[in-house]
Structures are given as C-alpha cells and as structure tokens.
Design a protein around this ligand. Structure first.
Ligand code: MIG
Length: 633
C-alpha cells in the first residue's frame, strides 16, 4: 500500500500522477525530524539491502555509500562521486521488513545509506516542503510496481528506436553521415540511426541548421530516410543570446528566460557563448520551447536528444568576474603556494557552481522560485516540453526523445541516456548495474554510450560492450570529440561486429514486446537477481548478471583478455550463445559455471519452461520481418 505524507507546502514536481490523500505526518512510519534540515532515519539489519536511486555510481545494492540527488554535469563516473545527471529519489529497503520510500522534493537530498554509520540510513534535505511516499508490499518487485503505478506509464519510443544507432561528437559535414551509413552497409553491419551532435547547428544555436554544411537539409534528411536511416539531432538547454536570432528574440520578448535577483535575464556561458536559460517551469515558456522542435520535425526529423539540461553552466558572468577579482588581487604580488591553489580553484570552481544555481529564478506560473530550490526538475521539464509537444502534435510513440538530466516524471514522456562514461571495462559493469535501478524509477528507454564516451576504445572492449548493448532498449555507440574512432567498422575485420549486431536484430521482436509489457504493466525489464530469488543468498549478492523480462538472465563478459566468465545460475537454465545466425544451446544445472564466451558471441540464459522468439537478421528495423518468428529453443 502507498501512503503519502505531506511536509509543508511542496513544489509540484508532477512526478506522481495518481491522486492520493495525504495521511497525517505524525503517522509517518520512519523517524522524521524537522530542524535546520529535514532528516529521515531508519536502522538497517545486518543483511538488509537498499535498492534504487536510478542513475548513480556503485552497486545495485546501494548500501554503504553516501549519494546525493543533484543533477550534475559530471563527466567522471568514478566511485568517489555522489551524484550524476539524474535525481531519482526512490529506494526500496529489502530485509525482514521491506518498504519503498519516494522523497518528492526538487532540490538537493543527501542519502547516507549506511556510510557514516553502517547500521543506519539518514536522508537529509534542507527545506521542510516535500511529499513523502511510504510503500509496503509483499516483495521488492511488488513495491516497485506500486510505485510505478502512481508515477504513470513509461514512455514508449517508435519501433525503429530499437535498432542499432551510431553517434559521435565530431560528425559535422553531410559526407560524414553518408560515410557512416555506407560503411555500415558495405560491411553488412545493421544501422537505424545516426546522431547529429552540436556541430550541425549554426554557432550552437538551437533549432538552426548550418547551411554551409547542409545546403538542403530537408532533402538530406529524406535521402537518409530512403536508406532507412533516421538522423537524430541534439538540442541543448541554453539559447544563445543574440539579437536577430528568432528563438532568442521570442524568448526575450515574452520573458521566457530565467532571471537574476533584480529581474534581469540571467546570463551564463555554455557552447554558444552567453545564453538565456529557458524557464521550463513556466508552462507558457515550456509550450513555446516545445513548439520550436517543429523547425526540425518540418524537415523530416523524428528523434532528438536533449543535452546540458542539468543545467550545465560553464560559467556565469558574475562567477567569471569573481574569479578575475581574485586573480587581480594577487597580480604582481608574491603568492605562497596556498595563495596559488586558492586562485587556481577560484577559476576552476566557476563551472556548475552552487553560487550560480542560487542566483537565478523561475517564474513558475506566477510563483517566483529560486533555481536552487527546484534544480532537479529543470532538465525533466525541458524534455517534457518536447515530449508533450510531440504527443499533442503527432500522437504517442511517434518521436524518439531522450534526455541527459532527469527527475522521476520525465519517464512518462522520454527516455534517458547515462551521459559521459569512459572507454573503461569497469564502465561496462556500471552500465549493467544502472539498468535495474533506472527501471525501478520508471525509466525504461535508456542506455549508456556503448564503447565509452571519453577515452579510447579497444576492439575487444567495443565488442564486449555491444554484447551488453544488444539487450538495452537504447543501443547507441557514442564517443567524444578527439577520441579513437569506434564505429563497428573501425577495427579491421568486421565479421565479429556483424555477428554481435545481427543478434540485436534477431532479438528485437522479443525485446520490443518485453519493453511494451514493462511499460503497460509497470514491470521492470531488468531486475537484480535478488528480486527473483530473495531466499538464495548467492543470487542476492550477484551484481554482474541481471534478469531480463520474465524469461531470461544475462551475464556479459566485462573484463579484458577473458574468453570465459563465472556465471551463477539460481535455477536450472538453458545456456545460449547467439552469434550471427548461429545458436549454441546447453542445459545447465543450478550453481556456478565457468563458461567460454568468444568475442563474437552474445550469452543468454533461458529459464526452464520458457522460450523466446527469434527473427531473421536484418540490416535495419524497416526490413526486419516481425512475423514468422522461430523459437529459440
Ligand atoms: O560539454 O555535445 O553528454 O554526449 O557529445 C559536452 C557534446 C557536451 C555532453 C554530452 C555528450 C555530447 C557532448 N555534450
């Protein structure tokens, strides 16, 4: 049962869609105190586990670390970090007592989950205005399903968004895109989408297309479509401040940008230079921004990714001035080493600084609120602007849209990607661990940058990562400017890549129906083993395997120079290796197995009595035969 408790006068985040009457706060089942901060406390028993928090570093079991809900443009996803791009304030505590807790609060929250004191969870936030949801249920999954029910159905993208997708920050000219398309085709590598990063725009201005690079963009989009390739442009949150640029002018005239304390437009620097931040908390501004996507949908574009919407701020004018003042003070003077560090940090600290987040304001339909107090819903509301416009204009399931920053609620109109990871083996594992956690919070259409964004990918890393990506709804290979090329045809012989990618297309009908079922019935696509085998001590602790749908288990290889890995089977299963059109099958008993898996093979485990359909390989979803499927087993 879900119980709602209201503290003070919370800002409406729109996370929950079901109308629930609040109970008296005195009946809140956990220890609650309201002083300088609000704190919620409860004890953990020795074997208790804590699941949730969506997009975050570390394990599936979140116990033993301190996390923060604060949407952050964090490019180093290392385990010392507390926050990434999303704020997903839902946990499930699993032990003798099981319960779920959703803290619906749009500013910073600290989740000390047995870090300061191993037997205790302390959840802390500043303003005494929040809705708290306490959920009890029979099982972890039952609690998740009740939560999912109150936050509403998850977004379903168009079918073609389940195809393989190629991206790279650096594709700029038309030829780059044609080359990616042709190189995939020539090498028998399937492909459905190619992404356009910030370089397609005119001076990084949203809703513009650089005419020198794309003399007839509409014709180009339709030429790519004729080859069954969708182009997916990026949209950034900040709008370049430039008189004569219609998007800026309209926003300016209507007062649609965030303002500083004196009511002037807040100015900060991102890719286009100085930008205005659209006030997505204002419903008129939101509708206006959403309708701007029309510029591109009119040209045949049917998918977008929204970036920099934490919002990421490289600097603000005031931040820059402060840093210069500091430097001016020491110019010509003798500084000791501490003085040197202080000035260095004064410059480095201006990016994404709390001072800036405290210094601008929203007009949330007549209510003036400081950004800091609503920070975590900014990116969600940006993406909602797009998602709502698409649904109104084109109906459901017609446009692909996903976001970098998110708050629960955004799962109804869009997907998310996991931001700037590295081409590190450990990030394959991090990718895997995030999947069930984001599913718990409603985000189904999601995935990481396969092959890694930062740093250089090796051939084997790329193949192993793709073999996990085969199962993630968003299957996108993306990398940063200046890193080693990592398209499937960049590593010599493409046969292994073709084998792995073919498996994705063979599984699409299964993955798609699993996805639809998860959205329609509040199910998780990926579950921790602990959710299905709560009484199996080993299964509860396994964090490098996941349950997929209600039929399968996955266990990818995520270490270099390994031709095999240990896999734990919580029950008897059929071990399957898929590679191109080949299918290897072997019956295995419950327990540990050391299994050989080559670079061109995708391992999968099917539960007793279950089966899944397989399609014939295809080079894109348009050519994929969705009828006449064969059975895997
Ligand atoms: O400051 O648009 O996470 O996917 O390629 C970097 C350039 C801005 C961050 C995104 C990444 C994208 C990159 N963007």
């Amino acid at each position: 049962m879900v119980k709602k408790f209201r503290l003070g006068n919370p800002f409406n985040t729109d996370a929950v869609v079901e109308k629930i009457e609040p109970c008296g706060i005195d009946a809140f089942p956990l220890e609650l105190s309201v002083g300088e901060n609000v704190t919620i406390e409860f004890n953990l028993e020795k074997d208790d586990m804590v699941f949730g928090l969506g997009e975050a570093v570390r394990g599936i079991n979140k116990r033993g670390w301190i996390y923060e809900s604060w949407c952050t443009d964090e490019t180093n996803h290392t385990e010392d970090k507390r926050a990434l791009y999303g704020a997903h304030n839902f946990i499930v505590v699993s032990g003798k007592t099981k319960f779920g807790l959703f803290v619906d609060y749009p500013s910073k929250i600290e989740w000390d989950l047995g870090y300061s004191s191993p037997e205790k969870c302390v959840i802390k936030f500043e303003n005494p205005d929040a809705d708290l949801y306490y959920i009890d249920g029979e099982s972890e999954l039952d609690i998740v399903k009740q939560f999912r029910k109150i936050i509403g159905k998850s977004y379903i993208p168009p079918f073609w968004a389940f195809g393989y997708q190629q991206s790279c920050w650096g594709y700029s000219k038309q030829e780059d895109f044609v080359n990616v398309r042709e190189s995939h085709r020539e090498n028998n590598l399937p492909l459905d989408c190619i992404y356009m990063d910030i370089d397609y725009m005119e001076h990084f201005k949203d809703f513009t297309v650089n005419r020198e690079l794309f003399p007839d963009f509409k014709a180009f989009v339709s030429e790519m479509k004729a080859h069954n390739i969708h182009l997916i442009p990026i949209i950034d949150a900040g709008v370049k401040k430039e008189k004569g640029y219609s998007v800026y002018d309209e926003g300016h005239e209507n007062g649609y940008f965030c303002t500083d304390k004196d009511g002037n437009e807040f100015e900060c620097g991102v890719w286009p230079g100085i930008v205005g931040l659209p006030d997505f908390l204002n419903s008129d501004a939101r509708r206006w921004f959403g309708s701007k996507y029309k510029v591109l949908t009119d040209m045949g574009i049917d998918g977008f990714w929204n970036d920099m919407n934490e919002p990421a701020l490289f600097y603000s004018k005031q931040g820059l001035n402060k840093a210069f003042d500091k430097l001016d003070k020491i110019r010509g003077k003798e500084v000791d080493i501490w003085g040197f560090f202080e000035s260095k940090n004064a410059v480095l600290g201006i990016q994404n600084s709390m001072d800036d987040y405290k210094s601008f304001y929203h007009n949330a339909d007549g209510k003036r609120v400081c950004h800091k107090d609503v920070h975590n819903i900014y990116g969600s509301f940006m993406t909602r602007a797009a998602g709502e416009y698409f649904e109104e204009e084109f109906g459901k399931e017609n446009k692909l849209i996903f976001s970098r920053a998110s708050y629960i609620g955004a799962h109804r109109t869009s997907g998310i990607w996991f931001g700037d990871n590295f081409s590190w083996w450990e990030h394959i594992l991090l990718n895997l661990k995030m999947l069930p956690s984001v599913n718990m919070c409603g985000f189904l259409y999601s995935g990481a940058d396969l092959g890694g964004f930062n740093n250089n990918a090796s051939r084997d890393l790329m193949l192993r990562w793709l073999a996990l990506g085969v199962f993630t709804p968003l299957m996108r290979n993306h990398r940063a400017l200046g890193t080693r090329a990592q398209e499937a045809y960049q590593f010599g012989d493409c046969k292994d890549f073709a084998d792995v990618l073919a498996v994705r297309y063979r599984l699409i009908p299964y993955l798609y129906s699993t996805f639809r079922n998860a959205s329609e019935n509040d199910e998780m696509i990926f579950k921790p083993l602990a959710f299905e085998y709560p009484d199996d001590k080993i299964a509860r602790e396994v964090e490098d395997q996941l349950m997929l749908g209600s039929e399968c288990m996955i266990a990818p290889v995520y270490e270099q120079n390994k031709t095999a890995r240990n896999v734990y089977l919580p029950e008897d299963m059929t071990f399957v290796k898929l590679s191109g059109e080949n299918v290897y099958k072997e019956e295995l008993k419950k327990g540990w197995h050391y299994l050989n898996i080559e670079l061109n093979e995708v391992p999968l485990f099917v539960k007793k009595g279950k089966n899944i359909p397989l399609a014939k390989p295809a080079l894109n979803t348009a050519e994929l035969e969705r009828e006449n499927l064969e059975n895997l087993l």
